[in-house]
Design a protein around this ligand. Structure first.
Ligand code: HEC
Length: 120
């Protein structure tokens, strides 16, 4: 796991440097709350997510490396807004996707995005 993910978890809060790096442009959510929200909505029932304990599931792709990815869901540019849109309404982006809409609130989606974008 990257140092930024550790920072997001608050585990490395004592380390100098944590929290000094600005969040990626467009990220307004709270990564600590986002990590919690990812478990509350049971995203890890289908996805392996770095920093979140779960069984080795592969229904959906592992949610990793978002800090460096250019596209998500095959053809969507990886921006915070697109990621949040996908999390809330995947069918509006790809009507055939197997990813269900889980009724994620706008606030929770922003927090999840803030966490996912710490993963590199
Ligand atoms: C029922 C299983 C299931 C659940 C629950 C689920 N997903 Fe997914 N997810 C999928 C599948 C399947 C895909 C691949 C979809 C596709 O490419 O059409 C996917 C794709 C994604 C992607 C794009 C991944 C990539 O590599 O581009 C993201 C981001 C994502 N899911 C986030 C979430 C979040 C956040 C939650 C919780 C709110 C969640 N998922 C819950 C099945 C699920």
């Amino acid at each position: 796991m990257s140092w930024r993910a550790w920072c997001a978890l608050g585990l490395a809060g004592l380390l100098a440097g944590c929290g000094q790096k600005p969040a990626p442009q467009g990220v307004t959510g709270n990564p600590v709350r986002g990590r919690l929200a990812l478990t509350q909505y049971a995203c890890h029932a289908c996805h392996q997510i770095p920093g979140i304990t779960g069984s080795a599931v592969h229904v959906g792709p592992p949610l990793e490396g978002f800090a460096k990815r250019r596209v998500i869901a095959r053809n969507l540019p990886n921006t915070p807004a697109n990621l949040a849109r996908w999390i809330r309404e995947p069918q509006k982006i790809d009507p055939h996707t197997a990813m269900p809409a889980l009724g994620v609130s706008e606030e929770d989606a922003k927090d999840m995005v803030a966490y996912l974008l710490t993963l590199d």
